[in-house]
Design a protein around this ligand. Sequence first.
Ligand code: ATP
Ligand code: MG
Length: 241
Amino acid sequence: MWSSPHQRTQPREPDLADQRPEDRTRPGTSPSGRYASLVSGFRRLGILGGTFDPVHVGHLVAAVNARHELGLDQVLLVVANEPWQKVGNRPVTPAADRLALVEAAVEGVEGLESSGIEIERGGPSYTADTVAELEARWPGVELNLIVGADAAAGLGCWERIAEVRSKVVLVVVNRPGTTIDASGPDSPLVGWDVRMVEVPALEISSTDLRDRVASGRPLDFLVPMPAIHVIRERGLYPVSR
Ligand code: ATP
Ligand code: MG
């Protein structure tokens, strides 16, 4: 069997059957005991935050490839309650609908989980709060914050960014339309513990997908089929925005 430096040496899926009933929880969804990280066997967790309005294969390809390259036990797709950078610019689909889309999209996908942690907290969704909450729930687990290049370029204006920087490994994935200077003195990545992960370049955005639904164009193969069903059942994105 061949191996590469990026390959996971010891795949570690948490085995819920080995846990005490009170610890049978998922990191993104419900609080757990002090020793939850030990019980679960998690060592490295990925966090991919987003509005997911709607979720698409660009998000999923980024998540599974970051997981593979960095040997992450699990990647949480954390659905923003109030994406403070978008609120006011355009109507945002209710959080419960966006969470339902992500739940449908990750169903049965190994190593990916939806997370409603920001929705449960309510109010504006700041990554600093999410990281603090996950750190408290899963002490000792390495938190890997996954961002596309466009999001990485805007890190400077995030709330309490120094706090986030001190707690996470920043995982930057390429995204068509943005090139990011990873090393120069003016790079937005200066001071971060950064991993660059190359993923297949997919020119897909939720903005384009909302337009597609509104104008009756197909979503097939851009959005996982179970999530397309949720969009249809709930009549989401009737008009372009
Ligand atoms: P919108 O067009 O509404 O901004 P989006 O497609 O950018 O939607 P977001 O929910 O804003 O999706 O993105 C969440 C995270 O996923 C961000 O870090 C973003 O950079 C990343 N991401 C989104 N689409 C891609 C893609 N096609 N390739 C790589 N990363 C992506
Ligand atoms: Mg975006």
